[in-house]
Design a protein around this ligand. Structure first.
Ligand SMILES: *Cc1c(COP(=O)(O)O)cnc(C)c1O
Length: 424
């Protein structure tokens, strides 16, 4: 085994420290495998219940009336996520689009949106109109309120209570920390928050941004009382195979609202040809529990490896996990660049190219990104990025298999080691 790693460019000291760390993680990895096993049964059960058959994989075109594959897949998603209904479409272009769709279709002028867990994901700032933007909710007369988490990461119940008013129609809860340094919310914590909110105003709708959270736990947000859960198919639930797409699961009325907004009033879910892409949605969902488990192991392995070498990591090596994102604070631009070069060098695609920092639109400092992905921007595939500014933190996630995630992390360390940026 060691020889094989040496062949791919990992040196002996790097391999050895990796092997030691992996040895120590046996129990945690076993627990992750158990969650994957449970979720695999959940997916298979849902596919059986809705009688998935070969006809479901046939392509439709044009209007896409009576698309059996699309309609059945939506039933499978609804079952998996314990929801009344689902909208799972290639016409939903990404996670931001799915979230915008869920919000815009379920809010009306004069309504207020509340985030009780602090600032939402960057791209939602323009959807909501926190940063003025054309077509935002703000332009349609939908206002926004936010209650930040307390410094220790707990919910600010007192101010959440005060923020819920007559016009509060929808509450958005982001499960993953995204690129912030707050803890990711477990499904139990989301449940606690929803119970509190519905205790004050039962008719308020709760939407959970489920990006990066799917299949990390046994339960999903709808089981915790959410009216909608929303995510991207080029993250966890697409299993690395879906080439595009987003989903919304939840209450029937909410899903219908979203469908009428996605296509058109009157048409709703009835149109939307799947153009042959739906087979990969089934296959991806089928693999998603084990793919997510691989990515999760990679995140935990990296946390423990880099923590051992003295770098601040978030979440830390022993914390429980509720999403697949790992941050490592590397402390210098040289280390950040070397880390990303290692991830790139380990990729199955584009391993021969070298990532360089660039001035990406919308960012105030150069950003470096590493990804050797088949699907552009897919972050369930192994990928890493970070802005070149203090504290020089790298965020990385994904890995369609644990073995690839492991190789990527070892190669990141290899590049640091070769450049004399770390001592082993
Ligand atoms: C990725 C992500 C989004 C946006 O998804 P895109 O597919 O990049 O548009 C929204 N919220 C969270 C928490 C995410 O991780």
């Amino acid at each position: 085994m060691k020889e094989k790693y040496l062949e791919l460019g990992v040196s002996e000291p790097v391999y050895d420290i990796g092997a030691r760390i992996e040895q120590e993680l046996k129990e945690r990895f076993a627990a992750i495998d158990e969650t994957a096993e449970y979720n695999q049964l959940k997916v298979i059960g849902a596919m059986q219940k809705h009688r998935v058959s070969a006809e479901c994989f046939m392509a439709t075109n044009g209007y896409g009336y009576n698309d059996l594959g699309r309609d059945t897949l939506e039933e499978v998603y609804a079952s998996c996520f314990q929801a009344e209904a689902a909208l799972v479409r290639p016409q939903i272009t990404c996670g931001t689009h799915a979230l915008a769709l869920a919000l815009m279709s379920n809010l009306r002028p004069g309504d207020e949106l509340l985030s009780p867990v602090g600032k939402p994901y960057d791209t939602l700032e323009e959807v909501i109109g926190i940063r003025p933007s054309r077509g935002s909710l703000a332009e349609y007369g939908i206002t926004y309120r936010q209650v930040d988490l307390l410094p220790d990461g707990s919910f600010d119940y007192e101010n959440i209570r005060k923020a819920i008013g007559e016009r509060t129609r929808l509450v958005t809860i982001q499960r993953s920390k995204g690129y912030q340094t707050r803890p990711t919310l477990s499904v139990s914590r989301i449940e606690e928050l929803i119970r509190f909110i519905k205790g004050i105003k039962p008719e308020v709708l709760v939407m959970v941004d489920n990006c990066y959270g799917e299949f990390v736990e046994r339960r999903e947000p709808v089981e915790a009382g959410a009216d909608m859960a929303v995510g991207s198919l080029i993250k966890n639930p697409g299993g690395g195979l879906a080439p595009i797409g987003g989903y919304i699961v939840g209450r029937k009325e909410c899903i219908e609202n979203a469908a009428y907004r996605l296509t058109s009033p009157g048409l709703g879910k009835e149109v939307g040809a799947s153009l042959g892409v739906i087979q990969s949605f089934y296959q991806g969902l089928f693999l998603a529990p084990t793919v997510t488990a691989g990515a999760l192991k990679g995140a935990i392995f990296a946390a423990n490896l880099y923590e051992r070498l003295g770098f601040p990591v978030f979440p830390d090596g022993s914390q429980s996990r509720h999403d697949i994102i790992q941050a490592v604070t590397l402390g210098s631009p040289e280390r950040l660049v070397a880390f990303c070069k290692g991830i790139q060098a380990a990729a199955p695609v584009d391993s021969h190219v070298t990532p360089e920092p660039w001035d990406m639109p919308g960012y105030d400092s150069p950003v470096i990104m590493a990804a050797g992905a088949v699907v552009q921007g897919s972050s369930i595939e192994l990928s890493a990025d970070g802005p070149l500014r203090p504290p020089y933190a790298v965020y990385f996630q994904g890995g369609l298999t644990w073995y690839h995630a492991k190789l990527g992390i070892l190669m990141s360390l290899q590049k640091l080691y070769e450049a004399g940026l770390v001592e082993l």
